[in-house]
Write a protein of this length. Structure first.
Length: 464
């Protein structure tokens, strides 16, 4: 079998990339070692920037319908409520930041929505396909599976998680640290005896670590998280989960009516030494492993896919120089490193969940793809995220939606651009200021100028 892009792993990263490539008309195959999608709630927090990505990919309405806002924390001790605890700095939507708050959606549900969108676009996932070896040559690569089958592809993407078999096959190391040596249980359960109005929190004591029960928006389920002393064995069996709930709270074992999924982990922060080896790219947890605090792991992973998707499309469908693919590691590895530092700070209580964790301030000002031609750019400059808003009666996020580039012209003449570049214009826009702003397919400003001088040369870099 042959394909343009082989995506190994059908988690949020692989599915988001599959969706992006499918809408670009790129022949891509997603393969997954398991026989079904991941069943747990693990990555349940979707940050505002990821919601903007989902707006573009055509799934934000389904995501919003499936999820909800995080509940206020409620602190417990000895069976009594001590009071509320606000885990997040509050934020309300604005015209330029319409998704300015975290959305809770269990990871399994996010994956179902992305999978449905992939099928809608004509894509598919081959389940039960375990990649065991990979060989590259001048024209492409060949992946061999445990069943003896092979797939020939021009490029491959390792989106197969923190224990990535593809990363190991490539010999790429991970540099990092164990953020917390204390093992942690996470489980999805159904239970009685506690309300769904709060995220219930039992602070750590001298003998046990923290314990939380969080109602999962859009479901009947709760997520249980329990920290154990260093060196402890974590029992993830249904009886083990019930015992932990009963020991840490006022609930009885039988109040846990069902254990849907359970796992254990030790919080770790690690970064792959390289995000690319030849024709293979690392994305998501295969490239960076985050502590769960602050909800950055899944979000950073989806944005890896979003960054890589348009570049693969430009090379494979638009005839852009393959050197464009080098900018994936250039742009994303630095972002991943910054996010790892942030999540480690949140885990250790040094950083509060708020503006930084929403990921709206991330950008690529130092990228080789960024060109700012104005001497005094204000308030927006090349490399920044392109805000939402209205211009000439058009909502900008709707204008950006799709696999194309967009030229935003504010208070200035509109130059001739290739038909592949959409144009939005108007006399004024408070979030942009005056000028020309060329918005990349991933929603960042690639080029900005007071006049069109240099715009044609910039577009030519992408064969536009």
């Amino acid at each position: 079998m042959e394909t343009d892009v082989l995506i190994v792993g059908a988690g949020p990263t692989g599915l988001a990339l599959g969706v992006d490539l499918a809408r670009r008309g790129v022949d891509a195959l997603v393969v997954e070692q398991a026989d079904a999608l991941f069943p747990g709630s693990r990555g349940k927090g979707l940050q505002p920037r990821t919601m903007e990505v989902f707006h573009d990919l055509g799934v934000v309405e389904a995501i919003q319908a499936a999820g909800g806002r995080y509940p206020v924390g409620m602190v417990w001790k000895d069976g009594r409520r001590l009071g509320e605890h606000h885990l997040f700095d509050p934020a309300e939507p604005t015209e330029d930041e319409p998704y300015n708050d975290s959305c809770m959606v269990p990871q399994w549900r996010t994956q179902e929505i992305l999978y449905a969108r992939l099928l809608e676009l004509g894509g598919s996932v081959a389940f039960g396909r375990e990649a065991v070896s990979l060989e590259q040559d001048a024209d492409g690569l060949t992946v061999t599976f445990a069943d003896g089958g092979t797939v020939r592809a021009r490029y491959a993407v390792a989106a197969d998680g923190g224990r990535s078999a593809v990363r190991r096959a490539l010999g790429v190391g991970m540099t990092g640290e164990t953020v917390d040596p204390q093992p942690t249980l996470v489980a999805d359960v159904r239970l009685t005896g506690i309300d769904r109005d709060n995220w219930h929190i039992w602070p750590p004591s001298e003998t046990v670590g923290f314990f939380t029960i969080c109602p999962l928006a859009g479901t009947e389920d709760f997520q249980v998280v329990a920290q154990f002393p260093e060196g402890a064995e974590v029992d993830t069996s249904p009886d083990g989960v019930r015992k932990t709930v009963a020991e840490r709270t006022h609930l009885a074992p039988e109040d846990v009516t069902e254990v849907l999924w359970a796992s254990d982990f030790r919080p770790r922060a690690a970064l792959a030494d390289s995000f690319r080896v030849g024709r293979v790219f690392l994305a998501g947890d295969a490239a960076h492993i985050h502590p769960p605090a602050g909800g950055q792991g899944l979000n950073t992973s989806v944005q890896d896919a979003y960054n890589l998707g348009w570049k693969l499309g430009a090379v494979l469908r638009d005839g852009a120089d393959p050197g464009l693919l080098d900018t994936y590691e250039e742009e994303r590895r630095r972002i991943a490193a910054d996010m790892l530092q942030l999540t480690t700070g949140v885990h250790r209580g040094e950083v509060r969940r708020g503006k930084e964790t929403r990921q709206l301030g991330l950008g690529y000002p130092d990228s080789s793809l960024t060109e700012e031609t104005r001497t005094e750019p204000e308030p927006l400059r090349a490399g920044d995220r392109a805000p939402d808003g209205r211009l000439g009666g058009v909502r900008l996020f709707d204008a950006f939606k799709g696999p194309h580039w967009t030229l935003v012209a504010v208070g200035t003449g509109v130059p001739q651009v290739p038909a592949a570049v959409h144009v939005v214009c108007g006399p004024e826009q408070p979030y942009y200021g005056r000028g020309l702003f060329l918005v990349r397919p991933d929603g960042y400003i690639g080029w900005a100028g007071s006049t069109a001088d240099g715009l044609d040369a910039y577009l030519a870099r992408f064969n536009l």
